[in-house]
Design a protein around this ligand. Structure first.
Ligand SMILES: C[S@@+](CC[C@H](N)C(=O)[O-])C[C@H]1O[C@@H](n2cnc3c(N)ncnc32)[C@H](O)[C@@H]1O
Length: 432
């Protein structure tokens, strides 16, 4: 069938046929934009409204970071997800970060918290900037996240930690250490005696300077500012999305649980693979994400759709005109079962505008054909310039080819639109 390309402003994973659009009813909002453009648009809308902002910006490494995507047994495609390169080096980077910090300060609630995830390269410089913007007295912690992964240095001590700078907006900041306590547990303690009290509770005791101290196994211990109990994601970790620099969910859980309440807004303006957004959603916090990489948008979309919490979210596109034109072939069949129409839609063929695919792992041609190029497709309708998917198909790592057929029963007034995202991160919409 012939199809016509259309250009919605964004997509809403939210059933909204009846009502007019109300973004405050949507749980999560992702802005596919450069962070400074996105924040300039959002600052007035969210001034003093975000309880917690966590950012994990580029570390000024001078490197390219990748997204690795497995196409079943055909191999792995490696995309450049983002470039951490700065024309004028440190000056450029610090000017950029200053603007991000100023926007973040404006958007935090009076009792809000700001966490900036950095490493040895920039922590000292950013600390000075943050002290200027937030005030020295509002600096609370430099959290050391210690891990073991990565290589070992021989000419200096191996660098095995990241730094997370934690600021409050004001002395009235919200902080709930109880939410992140962990049970002391039944680990054996040297030089302590294990005993049971009159209520049957187990404790360990020690005598020091004439005093007896009791440590109950079921009491909580609270994390200090050195976190050694959260490991980096290992190669086969089920959390892994293939997006470089992805942080573990356990790290974000600790930050979100201690510094926000259910229903609060949590922001991450360098969303990457969507760790903050996925954890915020699971913990019943509303979220706002920004990222400029098309691969980040796509990884976040798939990750959020795979979550069991089933919360609504929207993605806003800053540029909705895709590059190049694929060649597509679609079949649509309809049967009437009033008041609904049953549609059977089959994606027959797809030729991506980009070809000559390389398998970076084995350095041979991947030789993708037809639907092997398609990573995600959805069918829905457009309302108020936003695309509302009704049903979608996702390709999983182990699959070479995505499922090609969808059936959906919709009101006869619906004009169906198909969204196709290929393995290159290109996305297209067509009116059927
Ligand atoms: C270190 S990664 C974040 C990883 C994330 N915390 C996670 O767990 O997956 C940094 C992200 O910042 C994004 N980024 C870099 N510069 C940006 C800019 N100017 N505007 C928007 N996003 C940007 C990159 O695309 C990348 O996804």
């Amino acid at each position: 069938m012939t199809v016509v390309q259309v250009y919605p402003k964004g997509e809403c994973h939210y059933d909204n046929r009846e009502k007019s659009i109300d973004f405050h009813n949507i749980w999560g909002q992702f802005f596919w934009a450069d962070v400074l453009d996105g924040l300039a648009k959002l600052v007035d809308l969210y001034r003093s409204k975000i309880q917690l902002i966590y950012i994990d910006p580029p570390f000024m490494t001078g490197q390219l970071f990748r997204y690795r995507q497995r196409i079943g047994d055909k191999g792995i495609i490696e995309h450049v997800a983002y470039r951490d390169q700065w024309k004028e080096g440190k000056k450029d980077f610090l000017d950029f970060m200053r603007q991000v910090f100023e926007y973040a300060y404006e958007m935090l609630t009076p009792d809000g918290s700001f966490y900036v995830h950095v490493d040895y390269r920039t922590s000292a410089y950013l600390r000075i900037l943050l002290d200027e913007i937030f005030g020295e007295d509002n600096f609370l912690n430099e959290i050391i996240w210690h891990y073991h992964s990565g290589g070992r240095a021989k000419k200096y001590f191996s660098r095995k930690h990241d730094n997370i700078l934690f600021y409050r907006k004001s002395p009235d900041h919200y902080f709930n250490i109880d939410a992140v306590g962990v049970k002391r547990g039944n680990r054996k303690r040297n030089n302590m005696k294990k005993e049971v009290d009159e209520d049957g509770r187990v404790f360990w005791s020690i005598k020091s300077a004439g005093k007896i101290y009791r440590y109950y196994e079921d009491s909580k211990v609270y994390p200090s500012d050195v976190w050694t109990d959260i490991s980096h994601l290992h190669q086969r970790d089920p959390e892994r999305t293939g997006y470089d620099t992805q942080k573990p969910e356990a790290l974000l859980e600790r930050i979100i649980l201690s510094s926000s309440r259910p229903g609060d807004y949590v922001g991450d303006f360098f969303a990457g693979s969507g760790t903050t957004l996925a954890v915020a959603s699971r913990l019943n916090r509303r979220w706002i994400g920004i990222d400029s990489s098309p691969h980040s948008v796509h990884v976040c979309r798939k990750r959020l759709l795979a979550q069991e919490d089933d919360k609504s979210f929207a993605i806003y596109y800053s540029n909705n005109k895709p590059k190049g034109e694929p060649v597509i072939s679609i079949e649509k069949g309809q049967t009437c079962s009033m008041p609904l129409i049953m549609n059977t839609i089959r994606l027959v063929d797809y030729k991506s505008p980009k070809c000559a695919v390389k398998d970076t792992k084995n350095n041979k041609d991947l030789d993708l054909v037809g639907l092997e190029h398609v990573d995600y497709w959805a069918v829905g309708y457009i309302k108020d310039e936003f695309f509302y998917p009704i049903s979608c198909q996702k390709r999983y790592e182990r699959d070479k080819v995505i499922k090609d057929t969808m059936q959906l029963a919709v009101p006869s007034s619906d004009e169906l639109v198909i969204q196709i995202i290929d393995v290159w991160g290109n996305q297209y919409f067509y009116q059927l």
